[in-house]
Write a protein that binds this ligand. Sequence first.
Ligand code: NAP
Length: 249
Amino acid sequence: MDLAGKTALITGASRGIGAAAAQAFAQAGANVALVARHGDAVAELAGEIGGRAVAIPCDVSRYWEVEQAVENCLRAFGRLDILINNAGAIEPIAHLAEAEPEAWGHVIDVNLKGVFHGMRAVLPLMRAQGGGTILTIGSGAAHSPIEAWSHYCASKAGALMLTRMVHTEEASNGIRALSLSPGTVATQMQREIRASGINPVSRLDWSAHIPPEWVARALVWMCGPEADDYLGDEVSLRNEDIRKRVGLT
Ligand code: NAP
């Protein structure tokens, strides 16, 4: 995939799937704007990638910070073609009866409102540019209740609906919206899940998790016309056929 001349803004780019995506999109030739709360981590990664990367400290749960991040991206590269809504959180893992309401709500603020904030901030400029691609990292948790993950399951179900909404409202403006359900991935988030010991996912062997680089390759693939069969819908990396199409097997 040649993404030369394109610009991608990636949230949650300080580690895990987002950091792998930053490398993969830069390798495909895109300019990359790396967004996360830890400015030093994204600055270090931007330094490794070189001149086609900028680091933008931002908390996606605050709309004004996302709006500012998009402005900074435009100032650096003059355009924004691809938004990757990847920032996400799963802690605190807790049963509904014991969940601390404010902390529960914070996960919704990041995983659901953060996705809305990204979409809301880029849609007017994508419309003006005549199109764009919005990819959101989803999860099997959008479809199945998983013990002690009520905040996470609810947020991912909502985020999938936001992808469907963008497709419904904006496909006619050339805006492509897709969700990627990666399966389980060897990142800090899975370390937190494992430490909880609370449900079957936490007891998976580490070897069951795919590397974040696979997810990054799928995201790059989703920017091309081959993925158009899935517009407004979810691409699942548990699906062998999709893995083949992405070139992972
Ligand atoms: P991770 O290693 O924990 O990374 C999470 C990223 O999100 C970090 O870069 C973190 O950076 C950022 N982040 C968290 N809160 C943020 C906020 N308020 N504002 C901006 N950035 C924020 O987890 P990961 O596994 O790569 O997860 C990435 C995405 O994949 C998430 O949406 C997750 O739900 C999804 N996912 C993961 C798995 C899996 O098995 N790992 C499976 C399905 C879906 P800072 O701390 O610097 O802000």
